[in-house]
Write a protein that binds this ligand. Structure first.
Ligand code: PXP
Length: 241
């Protein structure tokens, strides 16, 4: 049974829409732990569009389960990671214009940069996972460069528009997962997983961690909306000065 890493980025997205103090991803992390999360995942992007430095620092002090920092292998963010020391760093590609992380990390094409980043993080006692497409060559290169784990990008599986396409992408994840385990890497998966498509992924042999964010935040808004309106209605219905 895989561990559940809850990605809280989009709680911060709502806060940043108003540049205010709520909702606080630090509160969300506490609630996620109460709900059974095995890990808290956050992405400190170079453009700081959602998670802020303050969030990472507070989460390091408050989170009691595994703290997983998604990050680009860039100097500024690497320095912050080395200082804050999350339990795990997941290296992801980052483009400023993208809506979300669009593809896996090109480990093969960036061997030197990625390898140096892995080494620095590992020297600081941080476990390193690389977010890659389900591609044997990228997985083997991840092992060669010293990563502890790969997180296979489940986006193409999640985005499949027909059952046949979903089955094909599922098989690609199963096969790539086998390669990762065979070379001695821990096997994680994530991106685009939802309440509808997660069960098959959780059943893949050897997968030890799933990172899920958007779908959980989306559902939290829906299951919490009615109560939130009731509480505001009660205040509006009982004015006092
Ligand atoms: N794993 C990685 C490496 C990611 O970049 C993301 C998105 O931040 C996720 C998992 C979570 O994806 P989603 O929000 O679609 O569940």
């Amino acid at each position: 049974m895989p561990a559940l890493g809850v990605n809280i980025d989009h709680v911060a997205t709502v806060r940043q829409a108003r540049r205010t103090i709520e909702p606080d991803p630090v509160w969300a992390a506490v609630l996620a732990e109460l709900g059974g999360a095995d890990g808290i995942t956050l992405h400190l992007r170079e453009d700081r569009r959602h998670i802020q430095d303050r969030d990472l620092r507070l989460l390091k002090q408050t989170v009691q389960v595994k703290l997983n920092l998604e990050m680009a292998a860039e100097e500024e963010i690497t320095r912050i990671a080395l200082e804050v020391r999350p339990d795990q760093a997941t290296l992801v590609p980052e483009k400023r214009q993208e809506i979300t992380t669009e593809g896996g990390l090109d480990v093969l094409g960036n061997r030197e940069k990625v390898g140096q980043c892995i080494q620095r993080l590992k020297d600081a006692g941080i476990e390193v996972s690389l977010f890659v497409d389900p591609d044997a060559a990228q997985i083997e290169a991840s092992k060669e460069l010293g990563a502890d784990a790969v997180e296979l990008h489940t986006g193409r599986y999640a985005d499949a528009s027909t059952q046949a396409e979903q089955d094909r992408e599922y098989q690609a994840l199963v096969d790539a997962g086998r390669v990762a385990l065979d070379v001695g890497l821990l096997l994680h998966m994530g991106h685009g997983l939802t309440y509808r498509n997660v069960s098959r992924i959780a059943a893949i042999a050897g997968v030890s961690e799933l990172n899920i964010g958007h779908s959980i935040v989306a559902r939290a808004i829906m299951v919490g909306f009615e109560q939130a309106v009731r509480e505001m209605k009660a205040l509006v219905s009982a004015p006092r000065s």
